[in-house]
Design a protein around this ligand. Structure first.
Ligand SMILES: Nc1ncnc2c1ncn2[C@@H]1O[C@H](COP(=O)(O)OP(=O)(O)OP(=O)(O)O)[C@@H](O)[C@H]1O
Ligand SMILES: [Mg+2]
Length: 373
């Protein structure tokens, strides 16, 4: 409005195309008609369903999503109540689309037309970030327990082990077998407590420019000469990747744990472990406890063609002591989550029956930006 009270005509240069705005949104927007056919999809929805608008518009929703999917309940409820409805962790999957987890926001359309507008937000990454903040808490409990065990278990155990060794001298073969058993078991428990103590390393993280390809080469060499001897390693590194801001020893530990798990998940004959690095814009995360935000554009994937992580275990995978292995401690991934978290980074998981990929996202060392690995 100008000073004389007249409304000024909308200036052309100020107007934007609303369709272009909808297509720029990261969330999928889908309008569903009263007969449950798709009436509109934005660009993100085309990507999510893996089909173009010309195929999707006019398509009955039940041809894409199984009829027993909660999405139909959400649509009905929104239509009947005439008010918006939201639900988290809805699994979308069906005959023609890939399975994924989304949060859904449904809004009733205009003029009682029966139209419902859905906005679908893919959850994987956001949810994993949430979970990781929980893992940081879990890591703190391991820290407290480790220091208790160091006092109450590790110290007395060294006394027990010493006594068994003393007994060994004055005994026969049968007795020696038993004293050896005491020593072996004592060593096993001490090794477990030592692994837990890795969580309580509270030294301020010394961080510098780290060439992540050197870290990965080193871990790959350890694997090829040990636990991954008979497996195939496939490497695809982006040579233009900038330096990572990190601690090289801790990053070796992170990738050692991930690659060891990958090697343990594949079958010896056809096992392939792929290591990939790439630069990916777009992920930014707040550092807990400070208002600061960091970009995490360095993505390292450790992929295997193994059995996949059972679906019901996936939400707890990074919790300490979660294991499906007879001799596992379940501390490997908990330590990965803690160390990556200390770097301000995140770990993401994708897994199905064809295999598993862990993606670690880390910050760039801004001091050496422009310097390639
Ligand atoms: N690449 C993978 N493929 C399939 N399952 C995996 C993979 N990585 C981890 N897992 C599952 O996650 C569980 C936890 O892994 P984690 O490394 O924390 O412990 P662990 O390997 O069982 O024991 P530890 O690392 O102490 O030897 C594993 O027992 C396994 O079930
Ligand atoms: Mg492990």
């Amino acid at each position: 409005m100008n000073t004389s009270g007249n409304v000024e005509p909308l200036q052309d240069e100020l107007s934007v195309d609303p369709w272009a705005v909808l297509n720029l949104l990261g969330d999928a927007v889908v309008a569903i008609g009263d007969d449950n056919t798709i009436r509109y999809v934005n660009y993100a929805a085309e990507q999510m369903f893996g089909m173009g608008a010309h195929t999707l518009v006019g398509c009955p929703l039940q041809e894409l999503v199984s009829p027993d999917n909660p999405l139909f309940f959400i649509i009905e409820k929104t239509r009947d109540a005439g008010s918006s409805y939201a639900e988290r962790s809805v699994r979308l999957g069906g005959p023609r689309i890939e399975e994924r987890e989304v949060s859904v926001q449904a809004q009733p359309g205009f003029d009682n037309s029966g139209v419902v507008v859905l906005s679908l937000h893919e959850q994987t990454l956001a949810q994993h970030i949430d979970r990781q903040l929980v893992h940081r808490g879990a890591a703190r409990s391991v820290t407290a327990m480790a220091s208790m065990l160091a006092h109450e278990v590790k110290n007395p155990l060294s006394g027990i082990r010493g006594a068994a060794q003393l007994l060994e001298d004055g005994t026969d073969d049968g007795g020696r077998e038993l004293t050896q058993l005491i020593c072996d078991e004592a060593d096993r428990i001490v090794a477990l407590v030592n692994r837990m103590e890795a969580f309580s390393d509270e030294r301020l993280l010394e961080r510098s420019a780290v060439n992540i390809h050197e870290v990965l080469d080193r871990v790959k060499k350890i694997a090829e000469n040990g636990f991954g001897r008979d497996l195939t390693f496939d490497v695809s590194f982006d040579p233009s990747l900038p330096m990572v801001l990190g601690n090289s020893d801790q990053l070796i530990q992170v990738f050692l744990n991930l690659i060891k798990n990958a090697c343990e998940a594949v079958d010896e004959k056809n096992g392939v472990i792929s290591l990939e690095t790439r630069f990916r814009h777009g992920l930014r995360l707040a550092i807990p406890g400070s208002g600061e935000r960091v970009d995490l554009p360095i993505e390292i994937s450790v992929r295997d063609n193994g059995t996949g992580v059972p679906f019901d275990v996936q939400p707890y995978l990074f919790d300490p002591f979660v294991t499906t292995k007879t001799n596992g401690t379940g501390l490997g991934l908990a330590l990965v989550a803690k160390l990556v978290g200390d770097h301000g980074g995140v770990v993401d998981l994708e897994s199905d029956e064809r295999g598993t990929a862990f993606k670690v996202m880390l910050p760039v060392d801004l001091g050496s930006e422009g310097q390639k690995q």
